[in-house]
Design a protein around this ligand. Structure first.
Ligand code: GLU
Length: 424
C-alpha cells in the first residue's frame, strides 16, 4: 500500500536497513496491530538544517544538521544529538527509530527522536563548538521544546553542549526552559546519576543476563569497544563485580592485556587526545585483532554496524551487551543466535541513559531534585522490570531478546497509534 521512502537508500547492513529488518522480524508477533506497523517504517518528521559559523580564522564554514522525530504516539520526541563527521540523515533516522522502540521498551512516556551534526568536534576550538551548537539549536528550535521534543547527549556531546542548547532555546523563547534538554550540568537542572546511567544500565542488564546464563562475573573476561561515557562506566562496574577487562578499543586503537587492564590508570589516559593506545599497561594490537581476543562478554559501545557477519563468526563471547545503538547487523544477529551467543539488544541494554533523562525531565518540571540513591534504585527497578518482561516474551514465543523487545515495545507504540486514530 505504501511507497518506499525516496530520501534514503538503505542496504542490508546500513543503520536504516538494519532497523527495517528488525521491524520485519517482529511482524508475526503483532497480531491485529500489524495493520499499523507501516508507521514504524517512516519518520513522522525530518528536518535538515544548514549550520553556518564564522571560524576563529575568519572563514565561514557550513555544517549539515538534522533532527528527526520518528514517532510521537506515546509522548514527546526524545533522543540525543550526535556530533560526528560521518553522520547522515539515514543514520539519524535509524537512531531516532531505535529511540522510539527503546522508550517504549522501558515504558517511558516518550516517542523517539534523534539529532546530529556532520562535524568533527575534535577539529573545532571551544568557541567554534559553542557556535555550532547554538546555531544548530536555533535552527531546530522550531520543532524542539520541553513538551514536544527533548534532546540529550550522544556520541561526542556532553553536559556543556546541553547547557548551550538549553541557553539558546531559552534565549529564543524568553524564559529559562530547563526541561528542553536532558543530560545538563547539575546546577542547571541536571540529575544526579545521569552521566553514569547508560553504563549502569548496561551493567544491570548484563549482570542479570549473565546470571541467567550461569556465567560467573568473577574472573569473566570482557572486551569493550568504545571507551566513552558508556563503555568505560560499564567496564568499571563489571570490574567491581569481579570481572576483568581484557581488551579496549577506542578511536585511537586497540589495547589488550589478558590479565586485565588497570582501569584506574587507563580511564584518565583514554580521556586525553592520545587515547587508550598511549596507555602503557597493555599491548597495542591492530584494530581487527580486537574481535579475536578470547573473552566471555563483548560490549560494543561505539557506533553502528560493528558486529558484522565475519566478526560474529569468530567471537568467543557467550554474551553480547549492546551499549551502542545498532552495533549488530541482522546477518550477524542470526549467526550469533545459531552459535548460542546471547545478545542483550541496544533497545533495552543501553536504555539506562534515557531512563535517567526521564527522571531529570520530571525533576525539572517539579523543581524538586532526588538524591543519587533514589535515582539508582528507580533506574535498576525499571531496567529489571523491563528486562524480565522481555525475557518472558522471548521464552513464550521462542524468539531472540531483540525481537521480544520489539514485540513488547511495538505493541505499546501501535496500540497508542490505534487508540489515537488517524487525523483527520
Ligand atoms: N543518546 C542516548 C541514547 O541513545 C540518550 C538519549 C536521551 O537521554 O534522550 O539512548
Amino acid at each position: 500500500m505504501s511507497e518506499k521512502l525516496s530520501f534514503v537508500n538503505p542496504t542490508p547492513t546500513s543503520p536504516w536497513g538494519t532497523y527495517l529488518q528488525q521491524v520485519d522480524r517482529v511482524m508475526p508477533y503483532l497480531g491485529d496491530l500489524a495493520k499499523w506497523a507501516e508507521t514504524l517504517k517512516r519518520p513522522k518528521r525530518a528536518l535538515i538544517v544548514d549550520v553556518p559559523i564564522e571560524m576563529d580564522d575568519g572563514r565561514i564554514a557550513h555544517y549539515e544538521g538534522y533532527r528527526v522525530q520518528h514517532n510521537m504516539s506515546r509522548g514527546p520526541g526524545k533522543g540525543g544529538v550526535r556530533f560526528h563527521p560521518d553522520v547522515t540523515l539515514e543514520e539519524v533516522m535509524a537512531l531516532s527509530a531505535w529511540m522510539t522502540v527503546k522508550t517504549a521498551a522501558v515504558n517511558l512516556p516518550y516517542g523517539g527522536a534523534k539529532g546530529g551534526i556532520r562535524v568533527d568536534p575534535k577539529k573545532l576550538s571551544l568557541k567554534e563548538l559553542e557556535k555550532v551548537t547554538r546555531r544548530y539549536t536555533s535552527e531546530i528550535g522550531i520543532i524542539i521544546g520541553p513538551h514536544t521534543d527533548i534532546p540529550a547527549p550522544d556520541v561526542n556531546t556532553n553536559g556543556q553542549i546541553m547547557a548551550w542548547m538549553m541557553d539558546t532555546y531559552s534565549m529564543n523563547t524568553g524564559g529559562t526552559a530547563t526541561g528542553v534538554v536532558t543530560g545538563k550540568p547539575l546546577h542547571l537542572g541536571g540529575s544526579l546519576g545521569r552521566v553514569k546511567a547508560t553504563g549502569r544500565g548496561v551493567f544491570v542488564t548484563g549482570r542479570e543476563a549473565a546470571r541467567r546464563l550461569g556465567l560467573d562475573l568473577r574472573g569473566a573476561r570482557i572486551a569493550v569497544q568504545g571507551f566513552g561515557n558508556v563503555g568505560s562506566v560499564a567496564a568499571e562496574l563489571f570490574v567491581e563485580a569481579g570481572a576483568k577487562i581484557v581488551a579496549v578499543q577506542d578511536h585511537t586503537g586497540t589495547i589488550v592485556n589478558e590479565k586485565g587492564l588497570d582501569l584506574a590508570e587507563l580511564i584518565p589516559v583514554s580521556r586525553t587526545p592520545a587515547g587508550a593506545v598511549s596507555f602503557k599497561g597493555g599491548d597495542v594490537v591492530p584494530n581487527e585483532a580486537f574481535w579475536d581476543v578470547p573473552c566471555d562478554i563483548l560490549i560494543p559501545a561505539a557506533l553502528e554496524g560493528q558486529i558484522t557477519a565475519a566478526r560474529a563468526k569468530k567471537t568467543t563471547a557467550k554474551l553480547v551487551l549492546e551499549g551502542a545503538n545498532g552495533p549488530t547487523v541482522p546477518e550477524a544477529d542470526d549467526i550469533l543466535a545459531e552459535r548460542g551467543v546471547l545478545v542483550v539488544p541496544d533497545v533495552i541494554c543501553n536504555a539506562g541513559g534515557v531512563t535517567v533523562s526521564y527522571f531529570e525531565w520530571v525533576q525539572d518540571f517539579s523543581s524538586f531534585f532526588w538524591d543519587e540513591d533514589e535515582i539508582n534504585v528507580r533506574l535498576d527497578r525499571i531496567m529489571m522490570n523491563a528486562l524480565n518482561q522481555i525475557w518472558d516474551t522471548a521464552d513464550k514465543h521462542k524468539i531472540s531478546l531483540r525481537t521480544a523487545t520489539y514485540a513488547v515495545a511495538c505493541e505499546r507504540i501501535l496500540m497508542a497509534r490505534q487508540e489515537r486514530g488517524l487525523y483527520p
